[in-house]
Design a protein around this ligand. Sequence first.
Ligand SMILES: [Zn+2]
Length: 248
Amino acid sequence: MTSRMLEMTWQKFGEKMRNGAVVILPLGSTEAHGLHLPLGVDVITSTGFAELLAGEINGVMAPPLVYGYKGETGGGPIYTGSIELNAVTLINLVHDVLEELVADGAKKIFIMNGHYENEMFLLEAMDLITRKYPDVKIVESAWWDQVDDELIEQIFDEVPFPGWTVEHAAIAETSLTMYFRPDLVHMDRFVEEEQIRVLNYHVSPLKREIYPSRGAPSTSRSASRKKGELMVGKIMQGFLKVVKEEFR
Ligand SMILES: [Zn+2]
């Protein structure tokens, strides 16, 4: 049986809400991810996890939000195809979707984020909603929040871990995309580039000269579907623990 809201009738969705089902809202971005990955990586990964989680807990996966906040270390605006929202738009978009879900009876909502730069604005939308509706609980998490040191060691066995801010279009995202949508990964197009120079400050406009020409700030050498599978298994355990802790 489908857990996708878009594939349910309104009656079925209403029934799930009356039964207290958790609604999982996947979010990502439309952003360049090197030459070997598609623009939708952040949506593909968050939707992949959201659907798995919805299946495990008999929840509902709300339609994914495919645009996100401006990428920084990913170099969003530098590359074509990155369609980015202003923060106010993102806060309002997420706020309005959450409020509609609440109006339809949702009391337990899990925001599954797939794009690093979204996070603070999601927290803002969640806060605005739960102040207004105190009987509603909203959780936010991203797959990288569920990766522990042991898993980091397993994934970054050949290449040192560069930190999550620059792990963009790199080993973790590539391995996960190989798991969820292997047909969209083209490792033959991957070219080893110099690691992005990470600044210890923020600057606007972005410094074009520190970004790699192909759009992958860290290497994806040693990415594999096997690593993707390992990650999905462990990350799902993490998400299930969060659900048990917060929505039992
Ligand atoms: Zn990404």
